[in-house]
Design a binder for this molecule. Structure first.
Ligand code: BGC
Length: 363
């Protein structure tokens, strides 16, 4: 065989190899399956979160197993187990009870599956690789700030103290700790000066917490607070609320006893969190005073980038490596910023950014 022919044969073999390899790449075109476990579809924010993470990952060529667990812990455990069995390349978990998934996380570790704790910190397990969330303490500070400005606490006097009641989030969600601590630290100087008072005396986070963030439970507690403390001349001026549906149900309980429709009994100043459509409408109607917007699109995008970087073996930068100890390790965290939304900036912060459309808000 002449040299020329040998070269030609080698070239044909090489080209065939490339086609073969190319065919293989195409067959594997997907970058792999990612498991995304969300707590419940019954809350607006988690639907937005799930959609944002799924769309972002799919745009990069991943396939996504997105599951919601109806706020049922055994269902979520099963879903995570199934994802591991299916051979996911990474897990994104927004837990129901942060401490309930240790066995599943150990299995993920044994299969070398990186675990990203999404929004809520997975607790009491060394098998959590990253935490992507908002700065929960700062979010709490914003909840407190809403009361400081809404109730004009800087102008209040001890002779005529401002009257509030306190609500906290689910005790099994570590975020509740940061939210409450952040809010109470912001309010502390006013308690210390005697210009802020909680007539029920219910202040401990364990007492003011709301299991599973259940708005109906919060409404019952508000009704009990009203009948125990506010049947006389005492008027409630404000409520610390960690979650929009809790804010709205407290407002319902208060409207039912004449707040907002009786002279001398305006609706109290109530904040919230999540910037849900119903609360935006309430804010525009002058009822709920404010909320905290945690843009789920940014959280989703940060998570998608993190996963893709992990998959490509890149070094992850910009991590907070001190703030989030889950009881077993300090979990390296990516923490985003949140925004207070009142009637004054709602159009700019919510509608113009496309978080909710004008049509969704009925405007
Ligand atoms: C989230 C909040 C949400 C709450 C109830 C918390 O863990 O951080 O944004 O309002 O859960 O779903």
């Amino acid at each position: 065989m002449s040299k020329k022919i040998i070269l030609l044969v080698l070239a044909v073999i090489a080209a065939a190899g490339m086609v073969f390899a190319g065919g293989g790449r195409q067959a594997d075109a997907g970058k792999g399956l990612i498991g995304v476990a969300m707590p419940t579809r019954s809350e607006e924010r988690w639907i937005k979160d799930g959609d944002a993470v799924k769309a972002g990952l799919e745009a990069l060529g991943y396939t996504v197993d997105l599951q919601y667990a109806d706020d049922d812990i055994p269902t979520q455990s099963r879903q995570v187990e199934d994802m591991i069995t299916k051979g996911v390349k990474a897990l994104v978990i927004a837990s129901i009870d942060g401490s309930a998934l240790s066995n599943q996380l150990a299995s993920a570790k044994a299969s070398n599956i990186p675990v990203i704790s999404y929004d809520r910190l997975l607790m009491q397990s060394p098998n959590v690789d990253y935490y992507v969330s908002f700065d929960n303490y700062k979010v709490g500070g914003q909840m407190g700030e809403i009361l400081v400005t809404g109730l004009k606490l800087d102008q209040a006097t001890a002779a005529d103290p401002v009257i509030i009641e306190l609500f906290a989030g689910s005790p099994d969600d570590n975020n509740s700790v940061g939210f409450y601590q952040g809010a109470m630290d912001r309010l502390k100087p006013y308690f210390d000066r005697g210009v802020l008072r909680v007539p029920s005396g219910q202040i401990d986070r364990a007492v003011v917490g709301t299991l599973r963030w259940d708005a109906a439970e919060a409404q019952k507690r508000m009704e009990n607070l009203i009948s125990a403390n506010y049947t006389g001349s005492l008027v409630l001026d404000g409520i610390l609320s960690p979650y929009d549906p809790i804010s709205l149900s407290c407002l319902e309980a208060l409207k039912a006893v004449g707040y907002g429709s009786t002279p001398g009994k305006p609706l109290p100043i109530v904040g919230g969190q999540d910037c849900i459509v119903a609360s935006c409408k309430s804010i525009l109607a002058g009822e709920q005073y404010a909320t905290v917007l945690k843009d789920t699109r940014s959280l989703g995008a940060a998570t998608v980038t993190l996963i893709d970087d992990i998959m490509q073996g890149k070094t992850i930068t910009g991590l907070d490596t001190t703030s989030y100890n889950n009881g077993a390790k300090i979990v390296p965290s990516l923490l985003l910023d949140s925004v207070i939304v009142t009637k004054d900036n709602l159009m700019e912060a919510v509608v113009q950014t496309g978080y909710h459309t004008a049509a969704e808000l009925g405007i």
